[in-house]
Design a protein around this ligand. Structure first.
Ligand SMILES: [Zn+2]
Ligand SMILES: [Zn+2]
Length: 298
């Protein structure tokens, strides 16, 4: 497969980002909007009226600019659920909804809600990516201006407390030049998205005629059903298993390691070691790469 066709297939792969916009209109300072899109560059042009369709709600407060966005959700539905919770902090069950009011559209409030969500029991386990579009100093200054609850560190530090969160910063243009792909903000295990794409294609090509089996239960893998199995992220490792088998293994290891009671048994694993190469694999990265392969190989 040529580098050019990998690039083209990569473009077709949709990655949902949940974004925070702020109005750059001096009449609406500190006014925010939260949404979800697979194409943040195009979506911003819609919000700003450069492209027709959509974004009615934001029409009167143009122009808009990105503050930041969150991505790396295991599914489209998961991204929409996160968006809903971010838009409706007074109703969501994921965080303490008491401090929040309905119709509070301030950027500062939205950042506080994001901080609560990323540190919540529901989302702190997910290896999400936070991409900041405004200068980091400016975000930190907004954080300091917040009326945070007693004894909490500044906002920007709080984002860092969530250990699975990867934080990157910069404009679309900068990342396009650095990675050749506007969606590849962060590398996974030191590999760019293009490299992961090529690696997944190579592995699929190697095993597709061999009737591969699950490394854990020994049963056959349905190689064309991309949503049913996972491959290791280490380039030289050909470990493949059912998604369910590897999730069960990782979860049972996490339970024995942390001596969880059955009540707080996690539904999604955070990470675990590959049964073949023993490298640490983050669950979100495995799922992200599975989606990547699914989009790449049809
Ligand atoms: Zn299996
Ligand atoms: Zn491996």
């Amino acid at each position: 497969m040529s580098e050019h066709s990998i690039r083209n297939l990569n473009k077709r792969y949709e990655l949902d980002v949940v974004y925070l916009l702020r109005s750059a209109n001096p009449k609406y300072v500190n006014y925010a909007y939260v949404g979800t899109t697979p194409n943040p560059q195009k979506r911003l042009r819609m919000h700003n009226g450069e492209l027709a369709a959509g974004a009615k709600k934001t029409e009167s407060k143009r122009p808009w600019e990105y503050v930041l966005f969150v991505y790396g959700f295991p599914s489209k539905i998961a991204a929409y659920q996160f968006e809903w919770a971010w838009q409706n902090p007074h109703k969501t069950r994921h965080i303490d909804s008491l401090p929040y009011q309905k119709n509070d559209y301030r950027v500062t409030t939205k950042l506080q809600v994001l901080n609560d969500l990323l540190n919540s029991k529901s989302y702190c386990r997910w290896p999400l990516h936070l991409h900041i579009m405004i200068p980091c100093d400016e975000l930190a200054a907004i954080g300091r201006s917040l009326h945070l609850r007693a004894n909490t560190p500044p906002l920007f530090d709080l984002f860092k407390l969530q250990k699975n969160l990867r934080i990157t910063q910069g404009s679309f243009e900068k990342h396009y030049i650095d990675t050749g792909n506007i969606y590849s903000f962060a590398n996974i295990n030191g590999m760019s998205k293009d490299d992961r794409c090529a690696d997944q294609y190579h592995k699929f090509d190697m095993v597709k005629r061999r009737n591969p089996t699950c490394r854990l239960c020994g049963e056959a893998l349905e190689i064309k059903n991309h949503k049913s199995y996972i491959t290791c992220l280490t380039p030289a490792c050909l470990m493949m298993s059912h998604i369910i088998c590897l999730a069960d293994k990782f979860i049972s290891e996490e339970i024995s390691e942390h001596q969880c009671t059955s009540r707080d048994e996690p539904l999604l694993p955070v990470s675990g070691n590959c049964p073949d190469c023993a490298n640490t694999l983050c669950w979100g990265d495995l799922i992200d790469t599975m989606h990547l392969r699914k989009a790449l190989i049809r």
